[in-house]
Write a protein that binds this ligand. Structure first.
Ligand SMILES: NC(=O)c1ccc[n+]([C@@H]2O[C@H](COP(=O)([O-])OP(=O)(O)OC[C@H]3O[C@@H](n4cnc5c(N)ncnc54)[C@H](OP(=O)(O)O)[C@@H]3O)[C@@H](O)[C@H]2O)c1
Length: 248
């Protein structure tokens, strides 16, 4: 068992899996959380093998929108101290918005998936966070800063306001709270079958560096915020977007 523990929601795929791999390579034990047990298991085995520590990554299955399912995460953490919580689970949820009931359902689904997942996981792990030195990291999106995602944009933007309050609450205990806001990141499950070659090209063109982001680009920002070098950085929104949104 390592000395440091990180909990990464959505750690079975995409950005979350890259974060788990990066932190595991840095010596953290990593607990990955998601709804699909099979996906988590494959990721945990792959990442543990890659970092050469067979027990480095463990998995717990939970739908983080359901308060009752947080008990399993708390149980998996047990008596350990949590150094880093990476609230990465989320995504854009579409829906039939022809009726007001449909509009309400889509908004609730996006708020649940992107806000409640982070709030419930963080609240559940607050007592276990390392004091001093704990880290809470929230995954937002460029959509929070420049729109483009309707209820998804609004849900991600809600994380920013909450992060500022949480940073103020936890600051005196030397726990930092920061938001990482990715731009377009390819090679994840985020877009599913919604991505087209034209959509990809448009997003690449909107960057200043003329390439798509990769999960590792986001993981490196999280590695910095998770580490001791970032102890004086709190209540911030760090854009990792290739320059497609400037300085916000
Ligand atoms: N890719 C991009 O361009 C992009 C850009 C900006 C922001 N982001 C944000 O980055 C984060 C990671 O996205 P990604 O691109 O890596 O996409 P992804 O591969 O779809 O990852 C999302 C992860 O969240 C998990 N998840 C979703 N709902 C959950 C729930 N209710 N409970 C527990 N786990 C849940 C999913 O696993 P299960 O389905 O197994 O639960 C999945 O592993 C998301 O918050 C996303 O909004 C992505």
């Amino acid at each position: 068992m390592g000395e440091r523990l990180a909990v990464v929601s959505g750690g079975g795929t995409g950005i979350g899996a890259a974060v788990a791999e990066t932190l595991a390579a840095d010596g953290y034990d990593v607990l990955i959380v998601g709804r699909r047990a099979d996906v988590l298991l494959v990721a945990a085995e792959r990442i543990s093998a890659a970092c050469g520590r067979p027990e480095a990554v463990s998995a717990v299955t939970a739908d983080l929108t359901d308060p009752a399912q947080l008990a399993g995460v708390v149980e998996a953490v047990g008596e350990r101290t949590v150094d880093v919580v990476v609230n990465n689970a989320g995504g854009y949820l579409g829906g039939d918005t022809a009726t007001l009931a449909g509009v309400a359902a889509q908004w609730r689904a996006n708020l649940d998936a992107n806000v409640l997942t982070a709030v419930l996981l963080t609240e559940a792990l607050l007592p276990a966070l390392r004091r001093p030195g704990g880290r809470v990291i929230l995954l937002s999106s460029i959509a929070a800063q420049r729109g483009g995602g309707g209820p998804y944009s609004a849900a991600k933007a809600a994380l920013h306001g909450w992060a500022y309050d949480l940073a103020a609450q936890l600051g005196p205990e030397q726990i930092t709270v920061n938001v990482v806001s990715p731009g377009y990141v390819a090679e994840t499950e985020f877009f599913g079958d919604r991505m087209t070659p034209e959509g990809h090209a448009k997003r690449v063109d909107a960057t200043l560096v003329k390439r798509a982001g990769l999960p590792d680009d986001i993981a490196e920002a999280i590695r910095y915020l998770a580490g001791p070098a970032a102890g004086y950085v709190t209540g911030q929104v760090l854009g990792v977007n290739g320059g497609s949104v400037l300085g916000r």
